[in-house]
Design a protein around this ligand. Structure first.
Ligand code: NAI
Ligand SMILES: NCC(=O)COP(=O)(O)O
Length: 321
């Protein structure tokens, strides 16, 4: 897929606007979609009308999307919530029409969108799946600067912990495994992916003495998928599957719930972690962090995860070009 990467503005009161500028010069050509009033003062920029219009060297190409209000760092304005949502839809429309190579999204604040515009999705992942035609997707977070790599997929995502055991059905886990397996081949160029599946309970249930989900749902599923030829380890005790020698034995880990997956990667590679949505008909990456209201506008935002997300989007797009 050719053309620029589209970088959506995310929450204007977060660190997104400054990251859009700090990433300039990272070697990836991208166009930012948002309201130019939200960019840091003095940002070298050129407004464009189509994603691949030329701009002077060192300028941020801006696809202008007017919001209801200006923005104050650290203080989301409910009036801007609909603009944040619409920018994501705008980017999806462009990439689905083949006018851009991929999307990289800057962070949104889910609470601000819910309160300001009754946003009904828990995050980008679910909203993008909806915009793409309600396709099944999974969220992967992939390290870019640790070895062996840490790639994790939470099978359940943004739900209360109390709801996880019921939500972690055999069907859901199977879908996460199949989507991850296909994406490791297509997007990561790993021809024979090795997947590891975490147990839900301590010690992966320890033979049913610490929980029955492994014996009743996970083990029968893994046996069936192995018989199809998928290379699957598990269910593994989650506490011992993320240190380096353990990670060397698999290419991606399917985890039971959000924090089981995200704590290891954000601990190992917060600056280099990339969130990538697998299963979409287009490429979407994102930094692994959120809106960071506590430091927005202070000059302390680290752009490394955004740069890693842009680079990963570019690499994936080039693989399918
Ligand atoms: N893809 C997305 O749109 C994501 C959005 N979020 C949203 O962000 C909001 C805030 O979430 P939190 O849990 O507070 O996580 P957060 O990632 O925004 O902040 C956690 C801590 O990390 C620091 N931090 C984050 N990114 C940083 C960066 N680039 N440079 C330096 N320090 C950085 C923050 O200052 C804060 O102390 C929530 O609404 C959450 O839903 C969270 C993760 C991803
Ligand atoms: N904790 C990860 C996260 O919130 C990312 O969500 P999404 O907006 O990429 O779906």
């Amino acid at each position: 897929m050719t053309g620029r990467i589209l970088l959506t503005c995310g929450e204007p009161a977060g660190i997104g606007p400054e990251l859009a500028v700090l990433a300039l010069g990272c070697g990836v050509d991208y166009a930012w979609i948002g309201d130019p009033r939200h960019l840091p003062a003095g940002t070298p920029r050129t407004e464009i009308t189509a994603p691949n219009d030329p701009v002077p060297h060192g300028h941020l190409p801006v696809l202008r999307h007017d919001f209801a209000a200006s923005s104050t760092a650290g203080h989301p304005d409910p009036a801007n919530a609909q603009g944040v949502i619409d920018v994501i839809a705008h980017a999806v429309d462009l990439v689905m029409r083949g006018e851009a190579a991929a999307i990289t999204t800057l962070p949104i604040n889910k609470q601000a969108l819910k309160e300001g515009a009754s946003f009904r999705f828990p995050g980008h992942t679910e909203y993008l799946a909806h915009l793409a035609g309600d396709v099944p997707v999974v969220m992967m977070l992939a390290s870019t600067s640790v070895s062996p790599p840490c790639r994790v997929v939470p099978a359940t995502i943004h739900i209360p912990l109390a709801d996880v055991p019921a939500a972690l059905t055999s069907d859901l886990l199977e879908q996460a495994i199949r989507i991850t397996h296909a994406a490791m081949i297509r997007d990561f160029g790993i021809n024979a992916p090795r997947l590891a599946v975490a147990g839900l309970n301590p010690h992966a249930g320890e033979g049913g003495t610490m929980g029955r989900e492994e014996a009743e749902r996970i083990i029968p599923l893994l046996e069936r998928l192995r018989s199809e030829g998928i290379d699957l380890a598990g269910p593994l005790p989650a506490d011992t599957m993320f240190h380096a020698p353990a990670r060397a034995r698999y290419d991606a880990a399917i985890c039971a719930y959000h924090d089981q997956a995200l704590i290891p990667i954000k601990t190992l590679d917060f600056a280099g972690g990339v969130n990538v949505t697998l299963g979409l008909p287009f490429i979407r990456t994102s930094p692994d962090h959120g809106t960071a209201f506590d430091i927005a506008g202070t000059g302390r935002a680290d752009p490394d995860s955004t740069i890693a997300a842009l680079r990963m989007a570019r690499e994936m797009a080039d693989k399918t070009a």
